[in-house]
Design a protein around this ligand. Sequence first.
Ligand SMILES: NC(=O)c1ccc[n+]([C@@H]2O[C@H](COP(=O)([O-])OP(=O)(O)OC[C@H]3O[C@@H](n4cnc5c(N)ncnc54)[C@H](OP(=O)(O)O)[C@@H]3O)[C@@H](O)[C@H]2O)c1
Length: 278
Amino acid sequence: MFYEQAMSSSPDASVPAPHGDITSETVPFLRRVLITGASGAIGGALARQLAAPGTQLLLWGRDAARLAAIAAECQAAGAAVELRQIDLADPATAADAVAAEDNAAPIDWALLVAGQGDAVPPGQIVEPAEQVARLAVVNFAGPASLAAALASRMAGRGQGRILLVGSAAAFHALPHAPAYAASKAGLARFGEALRLAVAPHGVTITLVSPGFVDWAGGGRPVPKALLLPLEDAARRILAAFDAGAGHAIIPRRFALLRLLDRVLPSFVRDALLRRLKP
Ligand SMILES: NC(=O)c1ccc[n+]([C@@H]2O[C@H](COP(=O)([O-])OP(=O)(O)OC[C@H]3O[C@@H](n4cnc5c(N)ncnc54)[C@H](OP(=O)(O)O)[C@@H]3O)[C@@H](O)[C@H]2O)c1
């Protein structure tokens, strides 16, 4: 189960200051959980659903105001919270930060959610080179190197769990979003391989590949029937993580699309993919 009774915890109900000025908790916590992308829709929803007495949440993101708002909700639910405003476009900075957090106290769970969705800009045929490079770092190199660093430390301790949030886009050659699809495909393959490497050492790697998640800021030009409500998506992600699943595609109809992509003759698949719009 995710939610356990606190051994003892009386988290400060005020919104914490940015990382570095935070008063460290002196009470023992049952679980120390890192969430990247906590200032975003899915990361924030995961944080809210995990927030409970006995949980210490390390919430990472770039937007200080949104991080503070999520932190306040999590604290109101009884969790202890620390914030870190960090740009994960620099994997070296991310590596230093995660080492500092894990040295301070071992991270039990890491939910690596941060990522950017991007498509070919209107009026252009392909994505700008800068966008391709940025997505490769933020969606693949960054989370993969964070996962490697954490998995290595967790394997040394003989326990730990890591969640990688990929995308159903990973399984399709999307002409309107090649860099996004490829960055998530790389993360998916990395996650599968890492899972095999560290499972014998007590570390669980779960990859969840969502389809379209519906949230207020999303502005999705996709049929309502394809959208998964945000809190439902977060519940399904946590259910897969809780079960220690290797890979979950949510909702299931996107697993069917993946299967179709594999079995359709290539000329049919290519014709269908060319019709997709951003
Ligand atoms: N929404 C969907 O339909 C959908 C579907 C499949 C997969 N996903 C994946 O789910 C994850 C979360 O997406 P979301 O829908 O919650 O989007 P979102 O609301 O835009 O959240 C993205 C999060 O990633 C963080 N982030 C982006 N670039 C960053 C960087 N350079 N350094 C540090 N943090 C960075 C953002 O931080 P700031 O906001 O503070 O900048 C934000 O917290 C992403 O990996 C996305 O690819 C989403």
